[in-house]
Design a protein around this ligand. Structure first.
Ligand code: ATP
Ligand code: ZN
Length: 225
């Protein structure tokens, strides 16, 4: 059974945020032995348990108070917030720190042969994305009437597959776009990893532990600058 007195931290099990998040926890003195298959990892020197899950699940776990802390990309966090707002579900959390990894942008990209002057060129078109709420907010703020087509993977092949006219996807170098004959046109959201805390009040012991860990995060971040 899990021990409620231990601080619960959600991290991405395997993906772009996993290594940096685990490295940061280790750098601030939390000893961890990660066994690849396991959902939970217990720290051997601190009252800390890691919950290793898909990144998509992390905002909800924090917003529901199932975990105390989470390492997550702002893109995923903001999308989940908008989704919960739309369905009147709780979405409160606190951002403790912006981190120096996980940098990327959510961008509109279109096939090389498509003419594109501005986002207005998407009027009446279909845009494939994993982030329909962020994309629709962008359309609304630009007064564009276009539709978001939700795809959880392989977004970059949607135009070629005839599923959408353009895409809105995460980009860091742009190599994937280029390989798929797409050109980046507009930035919808700029993102990095953040550490968030549940809005639920924690026990004094847990809150004191968090308060001790934060300056260490700052120290590690500054040392890298
Ligand atoms: P999971 O299996 O956990 O759902 P995933 O495939 O959704 O994984 P990853 O590709 O590992 O997610 O990306 C996780 C996060 O890393 C993104 O949501 C984003 O915040 C960040 N990130 C940084 N650079 C990139 C990039 N070039 N492409 C995608 N995500 C990036
Ligand atoms: Zn994911």
């Amino acid at each position: 059974m899990s021990d409620a007195s231990r601080l619960r931290i959600a991290v991405q099990k395997s993906g772009r945020l996993s290594d940096d998040s685990i490295a940061l926890l280790k750098a601030i003195g939390i000893k961890l032995q990660i066994r690849d298959r396991l959902l939970i990892a217990h720290s051997t020197n601190q009252p800390v348990d890691l919950l290793r899950v898909r990144d998509d699940d992390i905002p909800g776990l924090v917003m529901d108070g199932v975990v105390d802390l989470g390492f997550i990309g702002q893109n995923e966090l903001e999308e989940k917030m908008l989704e919960r707002q739309a369905s009147n579900r709780p979405y409160a959390f606190k951002t403790l720190r912006e981190l120096d990894y996980g940098g990327c942008r959510l961008s509109i990209a279109v096939p090389n042969e498509m003419s594109y002057d501005s986002v207005q060129s998407l009027q009446g078109k279909k845009v494939a994305t994993t982030y329909p709420y962020l994309l629709e907010r962008f359309f609304e703020s630009n007064n564009v009437n276009a539709s978001a087509v939700m795809l959880t993977g392989s977004v970059e092949v949607a135009p070629r597959a005839g599923v959408a006219d353009a895409i809105c996807d995460l980009v860091s170098t742009g190599a994937t776009l280029e390989a798929n004959g797409l050109q980046e046109k507009d930035e919808v959201f700029v993102s990095r990893a953040v550490l968030i805390q549940s809005a639920k009040p924690l026990s004094d012991e847990k809150q004191e532990l968090i308060n001790r860990l934060l300056p260490r995060i700052d120290g590690v971040t500054q040392a890298k600058e």
